[in-house]
Design a protein around this ligand. Structure first.
Ligand code: NAP
Length: 254
């Protein structure tokens, strides 16, 4: 098992990619704290973790709130005594036209979740991850590199900022033996569209469109992203830092 004796925090662990990462991490021997707001969904993921490895620590928290971010780190350290891996996965998808009256409202919400919360959690976690010479994985998107649609400026900007933040911190923490990386998925089947407010009828159509945007004509499963996260988080990924690892079924080729 590649993550034996490692302690990890996975934000956004109640759903989709974060849930898949939490389950894979415990399967690989890690002790995991999973973070999200939806207690019921977190409890479902906890059951899967227990079956596959060990009982996770559940932390009901909103990553955009500074007090919650502090509690995430403190509770994990109290329970497990150390921190090796931080997976900043919690994120939201929103579209918005630059001409929308409420553009700035959407912008602030997305940046608070997809960027600012990660900056703060990284700031809080870094001293502990330096102690264990661990690593940080940020779940970005191919939207950081390509323009996926005419109303994607907010989401794309949040993820482009995240990619650059990752590179900067990777350089700063490298001398301390800490690696920091992005994983940049293309379309991955998850609750992201439902959580963004799309009806389930529209959701099906959008996933079909997303499939057609890829060169390989497929939408990935969250498990595929989790497999890559295990590789990067483990010693197998020891040469990888400051990277943006694209796993997108060829979306960026189109
Ligand atoms: N699915 C895709 O096609 C795709 C592609 C590229 C990148 N990504 C990225 O992958 C990450 C995971 O997305 P997903 O597809 O798995 O979406 P998802 O199924 O909607 O999951 C998002 C997770 O983030 C959590 N979250 C959102 N806001 C939060 C907050 N303020 N505080 C705490 N937790 C919060 C949600 O939990 P609660 O609602 O319970 O709080 C949920 O667990 C995101 O960063 C997304 O941008 C997704």
């Amino acid at each position: 098992m590649s993550l034996t004796n490692k302690v990890a925090i996975v934000t956004g662990g109640s759903s989709g990619i974060g849930a898949a990462i939490a389950v894979k991490f415990v399967t690989e021997g890690a002790k995991v704290a999973i973070v999200a707001r939806n207690e019921k969904k977190l409890a479902e993921v906890a059951k899967k973790c227990e079956i596959n490895g060990s009982q996770p620590l559940l932390i009901i928290a909103d990553v955009t709130k500074e007090n919650d971010a502090q509690r995430i780190i403190e509770t994990t350290l109290k329970k497990f005594g150390k921190l090796n891996i931080l997976v900043n996965n919690a994120g939201i998808g929103r579209s918005g036209s630059i001409l929308d009256k409420n553009y700035l409202v959407i912008f602030d919400e997305v940046i608070a979740t997809n960027l600012r919360s990660i900056v703060y959690l990284t700031h809080l976690a870094a001293p502990n991850i330096i102690e264990t010479k661990g690593n940080i994985i940020n779940i970005s998107s191919v939207a950081s590199m390509g323009i996926l649609g005419p109303t994607s400026s907010i989401y794309s900007t949040s993820k482009a900022g995240l990619d650059h933040f990752t590179r900067c911190v990777a350089l700063e923490l490298a001398p301390k033996g800490v690696r920091v990386n992005n994983i940049n998925p293309g379309p991955v089947k998850s609750d992201i569209l439902l959580n963004a407010g799309f009806e389930s009828a529209a959701e099906g159509i959008i996933w079909e469109e997303a499939k057609n945007m890829t060169a390989l004509k497929r939408v990935a499963d969250a498990d595929e992203i989790a497999d890559l996260a295990v590789f990067v988080a483990s010693d197998k990924g020891r040469s990888i830092t400051g990277a943006s690892l694209v796993t997108d079924n060829g979306t960026l080729l189109q």
